[in-house]
Design a protein around this ligand. Structure first.
Ligand SMILES: [Zn+2]
Length: 264
């Protein structure tokens, strides 16, 4: 096993465990419940979930998506969130240390970023809201983590660029939200500051690529929903997941895309 495969496998395991936490956050944060207490229970029968039934992805498969006690179906969202977080952690571990002058210290800001984006995306899909209780602390913590990563890695210039990019994205999305309040919420505006920081840290080209992809994805999702009769031209389609996915692609694969599109 090569060094990078080992790192990716390890990151996937850590990601699956954090994915389990992400499920708790997706369920509890919008309901204003505590993240640490009580222990997880079956929503149908109230049985406490034993540790052996709480192994990410594996338990859901072994139990065939049903509660051990009452056999009520458990949403496939749970293993999906765990698998997605595992995948994103592995991709960050594989891609980032080799990206544009990056170092292993880049994992410090980008792994928590992936976790936050998974949590926010699934909350937005279900509740059409990006809670301040997650977005605002995430911005503060990530500004600090990116400072450490820049200091140990590419230098503080990268951090300054990231903070400027976050501010620029915030201003741009704020204008969009004021022009078309129906399409974009204040949650999207605040999320764009976080994503601008993460993209801009890697370069201004990444910022363009990430947000361009976000708008393309958002438009495709909107059109697909309208085509399937799930949404009208004026109904609110959550934009958070498209924003997050565009930024994630920009972070992970923006380098090659920037080279091809912008010729540098
Ligand atoms: Zn049950």
């Amino acid at each position: 096993m090569t060094d990078s495969t080992f790192t990716a496998a390890l990151a996937a395991l850590v990601g699956a465990a954090f994915g389990s936490f992400a499920n708790v956050a997706v369920y509890r944060v919008p309901r204003r419940e505590s993240l640490v207490r009580p222990r997880s229970r079956c929503p149908s029968c109230g049985a406490q979930i034993a540790a052996r039934d709480n192994v990410p992805v594996v338990s859901w498969l072994l139990l065939r998506g049903r509660c051990r006690r009452c056999r009520a179906p458990i949403s496939a969202r749970y293993p999906a969130v765990e698998a997605l977080t595992a995948l994103l952690f592995a991709l960050v571990a594989l891609r980032l240390p080799s990206e544009g002058g990056g170092s292993r210290w880049d994992l410090l800001p980008y792994l928590p970023l992936m976790l936050v984006l998974v949590i926010l995306s699934f909350i937005d899909l279900e509740h059409r809201v990006l809670p301040n209780r997650i977005v605002l602390p995430a911005i503060a913590v990530e500004i600090a983590l990116f400072a450490v990563a820049a200091w140990r890695g590419p230098g503080l210039d990268a951090w300054v660029r990231g903070v400027e990019a976050g501010g620029a994205a915030f201003a741009f999305f704020m204008v969009l939200a004021l022009i078309s309040p129906r399409g974009m919420g204040m949650g999207d505006v605040k999320l764009s500051a976080l994503l601008g920081l993460a993209l801009g840290y890697l370069g201004w080209g990444r910022l363009l690529v990430g947000f361009f992809l976000a708008f393309v994805l958002g438009a495709l999702v909107g059109l697909a929903l309208i085509a399937r009769g799930r949404a009208g031209m004026k109904s609110h389609v959550p934009f958070g997941p498209s924003l997050a996915l565009g930024a994630v692609i920009g972070v992970l694969y923006g380098g090659p895309i920037v080279e091809r599109w912008l010729g540098r």
